[in-house]
Design a protein around this ligand. Sequence first.
Ligand code: NDP
Length: 236
Amino acid sequence: MAGEGRVVLVTGGNRGIGLAVARAFQAAGDRVAVTSRSGEVDGFTTVACDVTSAEDVEAAFARIEAELGPVEVLVANAGITADQLLLSMKEEAFTRVVDTNLVGTYRVVRRATSKMIRARKGRIVLISSVVALTGSAGQSNYAASKAGLIGFGRSLARELGGRNVTVNIVSPGFVETDMTAVLPEARQAEILAAVPLGRMATADEVAAAVRWLASDEAGYVTGAVVPVDGGLGMGH
Ligand code: NDP
């Protein structure tokens, strides 16, 4: 696909799905900035940014705008898990996950949107999860945060449609990254048995859907929840 030379920001772009997304945009000719809490990433404009801090988010956008220009494509990917059954789950673990995955997304999306509205164009892609709709025992905090992203994103699709800004949600299933590597083998086998395609996704397979949703080809797609889950969430 021909490069579009746009300024793209991927939060949590130093590893896993975010890094695959950053590489996919770069390969298509876009100018990509990535944020993470720690460390530089070779080949990209890397900005330290904890999405739980409004000050970090503001400083990151200011730096990206100074170096590359206003963000035209935002991929809100940064996310964490803190799995526990409800009765063992302390309030801190619930609020930390929601503050990172949902409120953190609000922080970066709000900051990016002000410039997109002025430019009368923009692409926003939120990374949710299959468990947003299926639920997942031991992940009530995570599933709540990811389900929240669907309501958030679809509301914005309505608010911003008239400004030529699309907002879509990608719902990955079970993807080979650090996040899933920590799951016990028995749990992994249990999940895989429920996946019609019978395997995990690669991060590149998720990235391909994200890149398409941000492309001109997907100009009439907004408010969509796109599963990349090997069929795991079918029917939900
Ligand atoms: P990883 O754990 O491999 O990477 C998570 C990324 O998020 C890292 O770049 C990390 O940065 C960043 N991050 C975490 N907390 C913060 C924070 N407070 N501020 C800024 N950045 C932060 O996860 P994945 O690549 O697997 O997941 C990426 C997204 O995809 C997440 O939103 C996840 O929920 C979602 N997802 C993943 C699935 C999977 O099976 N792997 C399935 C469905 C959804 P740092 O290195 O600085 O910690």
